[in-house]
Write a protein of this length. Structure first.
Length: 532
């Protein structure tokens, strides 16, 4: 049985996906929620939000992502970071997954990735769970209804959580699998209900395709000044560093919260929605994001709630610290209707420093910017990936290594060229710990971070006095409006300055050791910015 609007010449059967039972094409939000409730996939929450649990996987499984080794990609993939899968293994996986799916009920969403029509791709998402269709309908971009009559996808993603891969037969690591075949233009996801795998598979796809067009794909949020799309800013950072929170500034226009491209025309969002963490979400500090948790169609993922009233508990992380909500961009009142902006005037690199060493903000030279971009230092926060229960210091190149199919230098050189061409000012912002390391110090006050970012974006911070940081060599403001002076000098925030010095020396050594891998691929000025 077929339900919904679709190009009659582009049904699943025409793609060789045959034998399914009910196939629902391009259902809208009410219909998807109705189907999900009927299937027992979750519960209806306050305001019409949809409450779900993702089972045993409450975060991504980056070690289970594989790229099929074919002649067309073998010389372009960063294989040290991306597991291989043989074409034979993929073929067997695909056939076994289709056999498993026979007779089942599936939901198809025909969507696009990329707000700039000159650079967007068409993606067909086939999901076993109706709520996954709702989730990806928020997170990717919806074509006009009439366009569905002629829609032909560039890539197809099939997500079947009930399917368990066979590592030996399918040439993968475990029963959970994310397999990307660039030649066949198919992505297969099995063995996990975590919805983030859907959106990150498309992000990885764009990270591979766009650099060939001279477009910089970025794991970042973005906004621009009110009434002035040319005055754009981007915020690089891994999950938990504040990309969503800090870009949702009520005094600026939100372009997007997670994935963007930088083309010759400017900045554009890949997505049509946001995927925000909700742990300790505060209605006073983040009123717009908080309000989405009781709006119709918002997907509430892995949150504890009262069974009778459906009231959400934003402090209970017993299911996971990676509790999230997924909602369309238009639920944020200051979101850009076009999801596009100009070339970034300011580039913010967000880091969550669990060592308590880095200052709350530092100004970077272009060479230092490339150094910190390639380093991608942060701390993985609890719940973002399976097995992470407290902050772990890590280096994730380009602030998004799990999603980077190409070598880091490909992205680093693209970013450097665009900075040079458009004259962006670069800042490193620490949203991690101050006054001591994790367990001793405290998280950086968000009020101070917002004040520093406001001063950086409006240009006033560039006019204050700066000092040279003794450990990293970047410029640190001596004072800033609305920020305690002591906070700007992390050594002074520690009870024992000598303990700070030992911690700083440890972090400097970690940076130096990590960066050795990039020395054969970078210019002398970036080497000079390196430590050690």
């Amino acid at each position: 049985m077929t339900v919904g609007r679709v190009n009659p010449e582009f049904r699943l059967e025409d793609q060789g996906i045959k034998g399914l039972g009910e196939v629902h094409y391009n259902l809208n939000e009410p219909a998807l929620i109705e189907a999900a409730l009927k299937n027992g996939e979750g519960a209806l929450g306050q305001g019409g939000a949809f409450l779900v649990s993702t089972g045993r996987f409450t975060g991504r499984s980056p070690k289970d992502k594989h790229i099929v080794l074919t002649d067309s990609v073998k010389d372009n993939i960063w294989w040290e970071n991306n597991a291989q899968m043989s074409p034979e293994g993929f073929d067997a996986l695909y056939q076994d997954m289709l056999t498993h799916m026979e007779g089942g009920r599936y939901y198809v969403q025909d969507l696009t990735g990329g707000a700039d029509p000159a650079h967007s791709i068409k993606v067909r998402m086939v999901t076993e769970l109706a709520w996954h269709g709702l989730f990806i309908r928020h997170l990717l971009r919806r074509p006009e209804r009439e366009a569905l009559d002629h829609f032909i996808a560039d890539f197809t993603v099939i997500n079947c959580p009930s399917f368990a891969a066979n590592p030996k037969k399918h040439n993968c690591r475990s029963e959970t699998v994310i397999a990307m075949n660039f030649d066949r233009k198919i992505i297969l996801i099995g063995g996990t209900e975590y919805a983030g795998e859907n959106k990150k598979s498309v992000f990885t796809l764009l990270n591979y395709l766009l650099p060939e067009k001279g477009i910089m794909p970025m794991h970042c949020s973005a906004n621009h000044a009110k009434g002035n799309p040319v005055d754009a800013a981007i915020f690089f950072g891994l999950s938990g560093t504040g990309k969503t929170t800090l870009s949702a500034d009520p005094d600026r226009v939100l372009i997007g919260d997670d994935e963007h491209g930088w083309s010759d025309r400017g900045t554009f969002n890949f997505e049509g929605g946001c995927y925000a963490k909700t742990i300790n979400l505060n209605p006073e500090a983040e009123p717009e994001i908080f309000a989405t948790t009781s709006k119709f169609g918002t997907v509430i993922e892995n949150m504890v709630y009262d069974e009778e009233t459906k009231e959400l508990d934003f402090d209970d992380d017993s299911l996971t610290a990676n509790m999230r909500c997924a909602y369309p961009l238009e639920y944020i009142s200051n979101a850009s209707p076009t999801a596009m902006g100009g070339h970034p005037k300011n580039i913010i690199m967000l880091t969550c420093d669990a060592f308590g060493v880095l200052p709350p903000i530092a100004r970077l030279t272009p060479a230092q910017a490339m150094y910190h971009f390639l380093s991608g230092f942060t701390s993985k926060v609890a719940g973002t990936e399976r097995g992470v229960t407290e902050p772990e210091p890590t280096f994730s190149t380009c602030f998004g290594a799990p999603f980077m199919p190409r070598r880091p230098e490909a992205y680093g050189n693209l970013l450097r060229a665009k900075i040079a061409k458009h004259g962006a000012t670069c800042w490193l912002v620490n949203t991690g710990w101050t006054g001591g390391a994790y367990g001793t110090g405290a998280r950086m006050p968000i009020k101070a971070t917002r004040a520093l970012l406001t001063a950086a974006l409006d240009g006033s911070l560039a006019k204050v006095e700066f000092r040279k940081d003794a450990n990293f060599g970047f410029d640190v403001p001596v004072d800033a409006p609305g920020v305690p002076t002591v906070l700007l000098d992390p050594r002074r925030t520690w009870d024992n300055p000598e303990s700070y010095d030992r911690q700083a020396a440890k972090l400097v050594e970690m940076f130096s050791a990590n960066f050795q891998q990039y020395l054969p691929f970078i210019d002398d000025d970036v080497k000079a910015a390196a430590i050690g």
